[in-house]
Design a protein around this ligand. Structure first.
Ligand SMILES: Nc1ncnc2c1ncn2[C@@H]1O[C@H](COP(=O)(O)OP(=O)(O)OP(=O)(O)O)[C@@H](O)[C@H]1O
Ligand SMILES: [Mg+2]
Length: 246
């Protein structure tokens, strides 16, 4: 029997004084990377706050593994748009915190944190404070801490938005390596069409506020993705298509 999507969102709506999210439906399959692109201020971060249970929707249903989940706090690994590493904690302690909040047993926390740092090439930075790391390195640590907390489904809100193009490109490869090794399911928001295409299996395009799904494009590029893909005719064609939708 075919397994259903990992995450199903149906007719999600939320208003503050005005309507912000209007009847958004989307789904994410197990092991899939799905991007959400949309104009600044359209409601992407708000959508993540609703999905993760920080905000409560006015309407709509969210299902994880086929079951409706009304209490969703702690069920996602959520990397916020604003960097949230604690500057007074070393890299290792920042990662340990993820496992601690998750509720892992005390003596297991350090073992798991060191293991994660080793597995994804950050072990040598264990004793650095975040302020002594480059911007790209900080985002790598923040990503690992998010995974330490919960790797069931990751919500990554413009995680590379503040980085220069070269660093960003190396972080893309880093994320794809983690995704492949840990078989993650990921939703990712970005303004950057090329980033969305390069990383994703599918890209949802949102309208301006109130956010609504305009279209969903399947990215038919083979994996593993390579930097050379960025200039392939297929890539450029999808870029044009997405640009016309925004
Ligand atoms: N707590 C709140 N109360 C009232 N309005 C809010 C609240 N949070 C967000 N908004 C409004 O919701 C809209 C969407 O904001 P949101 O941060 O979700 O956009 P975004 O798509 O993530 O933007 P960006 O791409 O710049 O990060 C904005 O108009 C914002 O002012
Ligand atoms: Mg945002």
């Amino acid at each position: 029997m075919k397994k259903g999507p990992k995450l199903i969102i149906k007719n999600l709506s939320l208003s503050f004084e005005e309507s912000i999210i209007r009847k958004i439906s989307l789904d994410v399959n197990e092991g899939e990377i799905v991007s959400i692109i949309g104009p600044s201020g359209c409601g992407k971060s708000t959508l993540f706050n609703v999905i993760s249970g920080i905000l409560k929707q006015d309407d709509g249903v969210i299902k994880i593994d086929g079951l409706e989940e009304k209490q969703r706090q702690g069920k996602f690994g959520y990397m916020f748009q604003e960097p949230l590493l604690f500057p007074w904690l070393k890299v290792l302690d920042n990662i340990m915190l993820g496992f601690e909040i998750k509720g892992l047993e005390k003596n297991q926390v350090k073992i798991e944190a060191l293991d994660l740092l080793k597995k994804f090439n950050l072990f040598e930075y264990s004793n650095f404070y975040p302020n002594n790391l480059s911007g790209g390195m900080k985002q790598k640590v923040a990503l690992l801490r998010t995974i330490a907390f919960n790797s069931n489904i990751l919500l990554l809100d413009e995680p590379f938005g503040s980085l220069d193009a070269i660093t960003r490109s190396s972080l893309h490869l880093y994320l794809l390596e983690i995704w492949k090794k840990l078989k993650l399911s990921i939703i990712f928001t970005t303004h950057d069409i090329r980033e969305a295409i390069f990383l994703s299996d599918r890209v949802y395009v949102l309208s301006k506020k109130p956010a609504n799904v305009v279209d969903c494009i399947k990215i038919n590029l083979p994996r593993p993705r390579k930097i050379a893909d960025l200039t392939s005719p297929k890539f450029v064609e999808m870029e044009k298509k997405l640009m016309s939708l925004l």
